[in-house]
Write a protein that binds this ligand. Structure first.
Ligand code: MN
Length: 201
C-alpha cells in the first residue's frame, strides 16, 4: 500500500476555464502530479522508518536523508506538496481576500494591487522552471520569494507557504505557449483567498 496518494481535485477539470483550461488541468493533475506521487512512493519503498514521517518533515530534513532518497524526496516530495497546495489554492470563479487578509497584505506590500504586481513580477522573472510564493515568517510578516524546480520554501526557510504559483511550462504551455505573463494574469482570477488565509498563523 503506497503511503502517498493523490487527493481528488476539489473541482472538475473545466472548473477554472477560461483562465486555466481543462486539458492542461487534466494533464497537469493526472500525469505530472501523479508521477511525482508515484516516484516518491517508489523511492521510499524500502525505507520503512521514513514512511512513518510526514511529507513536511521529510522535506524539512531532506538534505540529511540517506543519499538514495535525498533527491527523490526533494524533487518528487516537493512536487507532491507543491501541487497539493496549488490545487487547493484555486476555485471556480475566484474570490477576493477578506478585509483582514487585505490589511495584512497592505501592511507588507503597500496595497493589494502592489502585492499582485510584485508577485506577478517575481513569477514572470523566474528563470527556467519553478514557483513563486507568498510566505509568512514566524513574526507574522509576509514576503514573496521564488524557488527553483520543485523546491518548497520549507526546505530552506522557517516560513509558512500561503500561496504558490507553478510557472513550469507544463502549467500553461498548451493554452498560453510562451506567454507566461498572460498565464499569471489569468491565474489571479481563480485564486481561493479563503484557503490562503486558512494557512496563516
Ligand atoms: Mn506543475
Amino acid at each position: 500500500m503506497p503511503k502517498f496518494t493523490l487527493a481528488q481535485l476539489p473541482y472538475p477539470y473545466n472548473a477554472l476555464e477560461p483562465y486555466l483550461d481543462a486539458k492542461t488541468m487534466e494533464i497537469h493533475y493526472t500525469k505530472h502530479h501523479q508521477t511525482y506521487v508515484d516516484k516518491l512512493n517508489a523511492a521510499l519503498n524500502d525505507f520503512e522508518n521514513l514512511l512513518q514521517q510526514s511529507l513536511e518533515t521529510l522535506l524539512k530534513n531532506w538534505s540529511t536523508l540517506p543519499e538514495a532518497v535525498r533527491l527523490p524526496v526533494r524533487n518528487f516530495g516537493g512536487g507532491h506538496l507543491n501541487h497539493t497546495l496549488f490545487w487547493e489554492s484555486l476555485q471556480k470563479g475566484g474570490s477576493k481576500p477578506s478585509e483582514k487578509l487585505e490589511a495584512t497584505l497592505k501592511k507588507s506590500f503597500g496595497s493589494f494591487s502592489k502585492f499582485q504586481e510584485e508577485f506577478s513580477a517575481k513569477a514572470a522573472s523566474l528563470f527556467g522552471s519553478g514557483w513563486a510564493w507568498l510566505v509568512q515568517e514566524s513574526n507574522g510578516s509576509l514576503m514573496i520569494i521564488q524557488t527553483a524546480n520543485q523546491d518548497n520554501p520549507i526546505m530552506t526557510m522557517s516560513v509558512r507557504p500561503l500561496l504558490g504559483l507553478d510557472v513550469w511550462e507544463h502549467a500553461y504551455y498548451l493554452k498560453y505557449q510562451s506567454r507566461r505573463p498572460e498565464y499569471i494574469d489569468a491565474w489571479w482570477h481563480v485564486v481561493n483567498w479563503e484557503e490562503v488565509e486558512k494557512r496563516m498563523l
